[in-house]
Structures are given as structure tokens and as C-alpha cells.
Design a protein around this ligand. Structure first.
Ligand code: ADP
Ligand code: MG
Length: 506
């Protein structure tokens, strides 16, 4: 007897349909799995055998062959436990399937209860695309599966016995209701705690409003890390599309929360400077996994103490910073992961941290050169705003805090984002930082005065074409914060000033 059960697999971040063909035939009892299974899939045989016995069924005394089709794609993980069990029971006549448009995923315990699977969201999306109408999943993964949207009924299964009772019509399982995010109440650190530093806060506001990359440069203890950690409190919420994109990455790495499967707050990733290039960009064999830059997709990648990162780790940032995704090449083929993030960096101006702030600096000019020499020109070129973070003087520090709370800053950021959304429409870039040549031409025209400011900056700073465009994008954001239809000289001058920091000119 042959029985085919539909299931799903993962390749990189994408789900795809897998068919588990289960065949029982005469001959010596055996249990074979073919179709490029990895070790975890081969071990499924033991879990399936025990689960079948422990749920009161008979394990067929036959030659069992399970083919996971398409047989040329590598099958990893434990999601095929459930479809194999269902297929073997159905092939042996112990169970009947409920139609051709059902699919099954799930890891089994030896007792027959189901454990959650990673990558539920991309697999559920693939199920919808493949025309599957009913998806049977481990109960803890059900909420995440419902994020795939209407047209897919998700059945939460806790135990094989429960699934059998459902398929027999004895005790139907009700489909999981669509998951809806509740009110977020997580208290993030607030800008109200930061005294002074108005200039840096303004730069962070501009960065948040347009999605621009920003670097903060200043001596130790001046508040760079403190300021960066407050950035999430002024970032706009993600759109549904952005949230789903980010959640897919987290889901594949098994980082989603069963109770709260959809990421609603923008990711904020702050990897330590000892991270490897693979940890940053993604990779691994045989199937590459996304790295920090993809976990930061649609959010913030914060690199504290930038010059301390390994040089090769910083170099892998270049392509994603330009294109919004990263390509990982392996002998088995290449994978493309989304990686559109806002880069936020903090650094000291030299090894001891005090260069440019009086006589405390003990570094020789050569030490200073060497420290900053680790940062390549192309990387520095991709940073839109440089904000100097000077040490606070005693008067500012001893003042009672009366700083603006994040909610007020965030309202201005949201207003500027609304202007951008109206301008670009649903299919255009999501913010000014992602404007391409067409949008730059359409929305960033300069008048004669503006041209003159740009020309002056170009000559003084020896700008590249890339930094020219980056200045225009920042100027557009400053104009949007100002509610101005066109970029004015004052907007441009402010954008140029963030580019022209003393730090870069050295
Ligand atoms: N502007 C400020 N307002 C209030 N506290 C500050 C400010 N700047 C620094 N601090 C205090 O100093 C500590 C060290 O700041 P930190 O952000 O770690 O400095 P950096 O990263 O520049 O070395 C902060 O945790 C905070 O307590
Ligand atoms: Mg710090």
C-alpha cells in the first residue's frame, strides 16, 4: 500500500512543499527514509516507531520506505516526524486522511505528544501558496502559523491520539483563531533620562525619521551607549509587511515566542565586538543560517566600539548596507537573506578615548591613525550622519533632568514617516534612506542656492558620488521633519554639517 502525505520544508528562509510518500511492501521488515534526509530526519524512524506503539497502534511488520519528495533537496530537522507517522498509519489502513488539501508538520516525542517546530511562519506561507487548506501543526506553533493569513485553517495538535480522534470525526479539533497582537507595555529606556546632548538627540531623531545610518563619536562615559539604547523608543512601528518579514527570520532561528509570535517592535541587535563574520552575515553548512544583520532586518544594528570589531566582520556589512540583503555562497549553492537595517555605531576617537578633548589623550598621532585605520573608507562612506558626543560639563550634569520624553520625539518621527509613506506609496521605498535614483531625481531637486551649498561641500570634503546621494537623502528627511515640500538651503546645510564632522576630516 502506498500513501502520500503533504508536508513542508525549509530552505534558507523560504518554505516549500514536501511530499512524504510512504510505501509498505512485503519482504523483510525494515524502515528506510530516502530523499536526502539529514541525521535528524533519519532518527525520525525511532521516534515514529515508538510513538505509533505508545499510542496503541501496531507498527507494521513490513518493508517500509518513506521518500521525501522532491528528492533532490536536502531535508533537515524534525518536522517530518508527524507526516511520516500519518503516512505509515494510513498506508497500513489504520487511519484515513481527510482529503488532498491537508498537510502535517511536527516533531514527535516517544509518547506521541508534539513539540514545536522552527520556521513555522515561512512553512505556513508556503502551504498557502501550494493551495493547502488545512495545516496540522504542534499546538505551540499554531499561533505563529495563523500569521500566514486567511484561507489556511490551522489545527493545533497536542498529541497523536488527539489527531486520530479528529481524523476519525470522533472529537474534532477547532482551528486556531488568527493571532492578534495585544497592547505592548514593555518599558524601554527613555530619552528623558539623558541630560544635555541636544545635538546628538537631534541627529538620532533625523536618523530615526528617515532610516539613516548614524555614528556617534566621543570619549568614554559621554553617553554614547546610553543614547543608542534609547533609539528604539523613538522608532516608528513596523507595518504588517515589515513585521512579517522580520518574524520569518526570527522564526527560522527558533527565536519567536509561542505566545507572542509576531515581532511588532523593531528589532534592536547589539552583537559584541568579538562576533565572527559568519555570526554577523550568516552562514554555516550545509544549510546557511541568517546572522545578526538579518535578525536586525527592518530594525537597528548597533555596533558599540566600532573599531574593535574584526576587519572582515565590518567588510561583510558593505553589500547589505547598499542592497538590503546578503548573499551567502556555499558549495551547495547560494542563499539570499534579507538584511535591511539601520546601522548605528559608537566609537571613541582613539584607543585611549580622549583624542581631541584636552591633554588627557596619551595616543601618538600614529596610534590615532592606526586605531581609525581599521575602518575602511567604503564603510565610513555608508554612514549618513556623524554626531560628536562631547563629555558633559558639571553644570549640565548637575541640572535636574527636564529633557524631552521619547514619546514627544517619536510623534515627530511618526509625522515625518507619514509624509514619506504618502509620497512613496505602498510599493515605493519605506523611508527616505531607501530612495533610489528615480526618487532622488523626483523629490530631491535643489535650487541654485542649494546647488551652491553642495558644490562648496564637495570641494571642501572631496565627497564621493555615494556620499552626495546620502547627503540629499538626509536633507530630504530634515525637510520632512520641518514639514517643507522642497529641500531648502537650511535643510541641506544641516545635512552637510553632520557629514563634515571633524572626525571624518582627519
Ligand atoms: N547625558 C547624560 N545624561 C545622564 N547620564 C549620563 C549622560 N551621559 C552619560 N551618563 C551616565 O554615564 C554612564 C555611562 O555612559 P555610556 O553611555 O556608557 O558612555 P559611553 O558609551 O559613551 O562610554 C551612563 O550609564 C549614564 O549613567
Ligand atoms: Mg559605551
Amino acid at each position: 500500500m502506498l500513501c502520500e502525505v503533504r508536508s513542508l520544508g525549509l530552505s534558507g528562509l523560504a518554505g516549500y512543499e514536501v511530499r512524504a510518500e510512504c510505501d509498505l511492501s512485503g519482504g523483510l521488515p525494515a524502515f528506510e527514509v530516502v530523499g536526502l534526509p539529514d541525521a535528524a530526519v533519519k532518527e525520525a524512524r525511532d521516534r515514529v516507531r515508538s510513538a505509533i506503539k505508545n499510542c496503541g497502534f501496531t507498527f507494521p511488520v513490513s518493508r517500509i520506505t518513506v521518500n521525501l519528495a522532491p528528492a533532490d533537496r536536502r531535508k533537515v530537522g524534525t518536522v517530518y516526524d508527524l507526516p511520516m507517522l500519518v503516512g505509515i498509519l494510513a498506508a497500513g489502513g489504520q487511519l484515513r486522511l481527510d482529503g488532498p488539501d491537508s498537510a502535517f508538520v511536527g516533531e514527535l516525542s516517544l509518547s506521541g505528544s508534539l513539540r514545536p517546530v522552527v520556521g513555522m511562519l515561512p512553512m505556513a506561507l508556503a502551504a498557502r501558496r501550494a493551495g493547502i487548506r488545512k495545516l496540522y501543526v504542534p499546538a505551540p506553533s499554531a499561533a505563529e502559523a495563523t500569521l500566514a493569513g486567511e484561507g489556511l485553517e490551522v489545527y493545533p495538535v497536542e498529541h497523536v491520539a488527539q489527531l486520530v480522534a479528529h481524523l476519525k470525526g470522533a472529537e474534532p479539533i477547532s482551528p486556531a483563531p488568527p493571532w492578534i497582537p495585544g497592547e505592548e507595555t514593555a518599558a524601554a529606556p527613555d530619552f528623558a533620562d539623558v541630560k544635555g546632548q541636544e545635538n546628538v538627540k537631534r541627529a538620532l531623531e533625523i536618523a530615526a525619521a528617515g532610516g539613516h545610518n548614524i555614528a556617534m563619536v566621543g570619549p568614554p562615559g559621554s553617553g554614547k551607549s546610553m543614547l543608542a539604547r534609547r533609539l528604539p523608543s523613538i522608532l516608528p512601528d513596523m507595518s504588517r509587511r515589515e513585521a512579517l518579514e522580520a518574524t520569518e527570520v526570527w522564526s527560522v532561528l527558533g527565536l519567536t515566542d509561542a505566545e507572542h509570535p509576531l515581532l511588532t517592535a523593531r528589532p534592536f541587535r547589539a552583537p559584541h565586538h568579538s562576533i565572527s563574520a559568519t555570526g554577523m552575515a550568516g552562514g554555516g553548512n550545509p544549510l546557511p543560517r541568517p546572522g545578526e544583520i538579518s535578525l536586525a532586518h527592518n530594525g537597528v544594528l548597533f555596533l558599540d566600539e566600532l573599531p574593535e570589531f574584526h576587519k572582515d566582520v565590518l567588510e561583510v556589512l558593505r553589500q547589505p548596507l547598499e542592497e538590503g540583503w546578503v548573499t551567502i555562497s556555499r558549495s551547495a549553492g547560494s542563499e539570499r537573506f534579507p538584511a535591511r537595517f539601520m546601522l548605528v555605531c559608537a566609537m571613541n576617537p582613539c584607543k585611549c578615548g580622549w583624542y581631541g578633548y584636552g591633554s588627557r589623550c596619551r595616543c601618538s598621532p600614529r596610534d590615532v591613525e592606526k586605531y581609525l585605520g581599521k575602518l575602511s573608507g567604503p564603510l565610513l562612506d555608508r554612514i549618513d550622519l556623524y554626531a560628536e558626543v562631547p563629555p558633559l560639563d558639571f553644570d549640565e550634569l548637575s541640572r535636574r533632568p527636564a529633557a524631552e520624553p521619547s514619546s514627544v520625539i517619536r510623534a515627530r518621527v511618526e509625522a515625518a514617516r507619514a509624509v514619506q509613506a504618502a509620497r512613496f506609496g505602498p510599493d515605493g521605498p519605506s523611508c527616505n534612506a531607501h530612495m533610489g535614483p528615480a526618487e532622488l531625481a523626483a523629490y530631491c531637486a535643489l535650487d541654485a542656492d542649494g546647488q551652491a551649498v553642495m558644490k562648496g561641500a564637495f570641494q571642501r570634503m572631496g565627497l564621493t558620488a555615494r556620499s552626495y546621494d546620502r547627503i540629499l537623502r538626509v536633507a530630504r528627511t530634515i525637510a520632512d521633519l520641518d514639514g517643507a515640500a522642497d529641500i531648502g538651503v537650511e535643510h541641506l546645510a544641516e545635512a552637510v554639517q553632520y557629514r563634515e564632522s571633524a572626525y571624518l576630516r582627519r
